[in-house]
Design a protein around this ligand. Structure first.
Ligand SMILES: Nc1ncnc2c1ncn2[C@@H]1O[C@H](COP(=O)(O)OP(=O)(O)OP(=O)(O)O)[C@@H](O)[C@H]1O
Ligand SMILES: [Mg+2]
Length: 494
């Protein structure tokens, strides 16, 4: 529950809409509950006495109640939709911001596909819980209390039927919820796995085709797809048990009421209007119980999703700028002092151990080593993509942990081994390095990175469209563009 409450904290300006929606619902329910009382009056007084003006009078009152219920119902729908979708957008926003702040090691904790599910499906689940769950959540208990109260007021003896039906229903409800609740987490995890296979299969579709692994990928997809189907079927198989159980109790109650109530009417101890009144309340109360149980299911489902969303929001960003951070890097000297590093706290071996390295500003250094000997790792410590486990990494004579992260990363240019270009033109991609660069600066950077030659041959030059993820250029051309992009930053350390 704590997680849902915390997420409610993200409502922001939509809190007001949610409150108004709940209020509207309350009013709507109250108007609706009054209708059977008026109905009983019409039958018992109006019809009995053949008093047409009285019937007319009460009829108008009923009509007014129905119209007001309709109007408040419409208002409710409007405010609830605004609250739900506004809330969902804000949660997605919060998650996205959080993920953007993640350090590399935070990202190692979550699979991309899982982050995608958490930002889409999980948010949709809790959004729907508000949009379609608020109504039964408010109406259910209100109708339950008012319905039981008013039917006892109409005829206490008949209303005893509640004492029989309600405990049975409560027991069924309890078992269904207990059975279904844990299955929702499993459902979302299956969804994760499906997304994972879809994502891998699609991003690597070229490799899949090159190795003619299409069939294998299909099999993998079928497995997770079937798993998702089975989990969903099982979950909802139990969840829909609600309906028949409720119908059974509802009709049993109706038959019981008709039978005992009919006998009472025949014996003259009960008026027909009271019987119909109590009957409508039984329908309302059972209906409200069904709503409450659906709310329980919705709640448990959204709890599972809320937990997953909170995991993202709660993930402690391991790399942050310190208070009173140094905002400027004086020069490009790099020093490693007894640096050791491992990717995970529980890893057995260090990727780097006891590294001492002193590079004065302005020098060019090459680092050689076999594959997997931690060259990239070493470089990633300089712009603080990861923090050293032991020892100190210094840039410009200061510990990198003293700098403002943005200032440090602006001063350290890095072309990652696995680099990415974004959809858009060459120019748009290069401007990542320096948003204010003019064409001359862009061409100069391209010349330095040896990217000018092929760009000049392209008819649109800098305005060439790269396509999604830069598929329109060759691997080497892509690397050169990435180098040009980094050169444009004019970093102190490259
Ligand atoms: N994100 C990561 N999580 C855990 N271990 C990692 C991670 N990245 C790299 N490693 C491990 O750290 C070691 C060093 O990797 P690194 O990428 O620094 O090697 P490299 O020297 O750059 O190799 P190459 O020449 O192939 O690029 C490797 O054994 C690798 O398995
Ligand atoms: Mg490497």
């Amino acid at each position: 529950m704590g997680e849902l409450k915390r997420l409610l904290g993200h409502l922001g300006p939509y809190r007001r809409d949610l409150l108004i929606a709940a209020l509207m619902l309350f009013v709507e329910t109250a108007f609706e509950v009054v209708i059977p009382v008026l109905m009983a009056d019409i039958i018992d007084v109006g019809v009995e006495m053949r008093d047409i003006p009285y019937i007319f009078h009460k009829g108008v009152q009923m009509g007014a109640c129905a119209a007001l219920a309709l109007a408040t119902g419409l208002l409710y729908a409007r405010f609830a939709a605004r609250a739900a979708y506004g809330w969902g957008a804000r949660i997605r926003d919060a998650q996205f911001q959080r993920v953007q702040a993640f350090a590399f090691s935070n990202l190692d904790h979550f699979e991309t596909s899982s982050l995608v599910t958490r930002m889409t499906t999980d948010v949709t689940v809790i959004q729907n819980a508000v949009n379609s769950g608020l109504r039964p959540l408010v109406r259910g208990p209100t109708m339950l209390v008012l319905g039981i109260g008013l039917s006892f007021w109409l005829n206490a003896e008949l209303a005893m039927v509640f004492l029989v039906c309600l405990p049975i229903l409560a027991v069924i409800l309890f078992f269904v919820v207990r059975k279904v609740a844990p299955m929702y987490s499993r459902l979302q995890r299956s969804m994760d796995r499906l997304n994972n296979v879809v994502q891998e299969g699609l991003t690597a579709i070229r490799a899949v085709k090159a190795f003619v692994r299409g069939e294998y990928e299909e099999e993998r997809f079928e497995t997770v797809n079937a798993e998702l189907m089975e989990t969903s079927q099982k979950t909802f198989h139990y969840a829909v048990l609600n309906l028949p159980a409720f119908q059974l109790t509802m009709y049993t109650a109706t038959v019981l009421l008709m039978w005992s109530g009919g006998n009472m009417v025949l014996a003259g101890s009960l008026q027909v209007g009271d019987l119909t009144g109590v009957l409508s309340y039984v329908l309302q109360v059972v209906n409200s119980l069904m709503m409450i149980s659906n709310v329980f299911l919705l709640l448990t489902r959204s709890l599972a999703s809320a937990r997953r969303i909170c995991e993202v929001l709660d993930e402690e960003v391991v790399l942050t700028s310190p208070d009173g951070a140094v905002a400027a890097v004086p020069d490009g000297s790099v020093d490693f002092e007894h640096v050791s590093f491992k990717y995970r706290a529980d890893a057995k071996e260090h990727a780097l151990s006891g590294v001492d390295l002193h590079i004065p500003a302005g020098q060019t250094v090459g680092i050689l080593g076999g594959t997997g000997s931690a060259k990239s790792t070493l470089v990633q410590l300089i712009p603080r993509l990861y923090d050293a486990t032991e020892g100190v990494v210094k840039v410009g004579g200061r510990d990198v942990r003293e700098y403002d992260l943005q200032a440090l990363r602006d001063a350290v240019g890095i072309v990652l081994q696995k680099n990415v270009l974004f959809s858009g033109t060459v120019r748009e991609n290069l401007l990542w390095g320096d948003p204010d660069a003019d064409d001359e600066a862009l061409w100069a950077a391209c010349r330095a990175a040896c990217a000018d030659e092929f760009l000049e041959r392209m008819p649109k030059g800098l305005d060439t469209d790269l396509g999604q993820g830069g598929v329109n250029v060759s691997g080497g051309q892509k690397q050169r563009l990435c180098i040009a992009r980094t050169l444009l930053k004019r970093p102190k350390v490259l």
